[in-house]
Design a protein around this ligand. Structure first.
Ligand code: GRF
Length: 207
């Protein structure tokens, strides 16, 4: 049984997709042990509580400096002894000590087809604003392992989504979430939970 920690900052629709997929049996051999947010107002915490899952808030506001916050975040995560950390709309830069301790055991969902529209400054609606400004006809979402860079770790799954005439960033974000994020994040977790994913020479191999 793969024990998961899901880290969130906002509405938690990706968390909900994971919980629903577990309940439907689309994710096998995995269980969410804890949901951790940096934002005490994150609705994702309500979703966890409704599902009788431990919900923890580790807010930077409660610590004197960034280092103390990082330490508290890592201590809280470590206390649950999980196998995989899932960043589901988590807007905190992952500290190096966490990357080191959970090497190839942290995954992230990014709302574009990496390497397009990713990296510093590309998060949330800003991604879709960039897509519309560039005029690309296809966008999508990516699940990848987290490494030292921003959106640079080995890619696990991607799914393409069409851009429509008249799309606003909000309409496009919703389509990317519905058609891509909420599909490939649960699928990636199921693959990992059933030993179908390995990383060879920096690239993901799916059995
Ligand atoms: C999603 O757009 C996701 O791609 C991005 O942050 C947003 C979080 O959405 N990483 P939610 O909190 O899962 O609803």
């Amino acid at each position: 049984m793969l024990k998961l920690a899901v880290l969130v900052s906002g509405g938690g629709t990706n968390l909900q997709a994971i919980l629903d997929a577990i309940d439907r049996g689309d994710i096998k051999n995995a269980r969410v042990e804890v949901v951790i947010s940096n934002n005490r107002d994150a609705f994702a915490l309500e979703r966890a509580k409704k599902h009788n899952i431990e919900a923890q808030c580790v807010s930077p506001r409660d610590y004197d400096d960034r280092g103390a916050f990082h330490l508290a975040l890592l201590k809280t995560l470590d206390s649950y002894d999980v196998d995989l950390v899932v960043l589901a709309g988590f807007l905190v830069v992952i500290p190096q000590e966490m990357i080191d301790k959970y090497r190839n055991r942290i995954i992230n969902i990014h709302p574009s087809l990496i390497p397009s529209f990713c990296g510093t400054g590309y998060y949330g609606l800003k991604v879709h604003e960039g897509v519309l400004a560039r005029g690309v006809r296809v966008t999508g979402a990516t699940v990848h392992f987290v490494d030292e860079g921003t959106d640079t770790g080995p890619i696990i799954l991607q799914k393409a989504v069409e851009v429509h005439n008249g799309d606003t960033p909000e309409i496009l974000q919703r389509r990317v979430m519905e058609q891509a994020e909420w599909v490939i994040l649960p699928r990636a977790i199921d693959l990992i939970a059933n030993d179908k994913v390995s990383v060879e020479e920096g690239r993901v191999v799916i059995a």
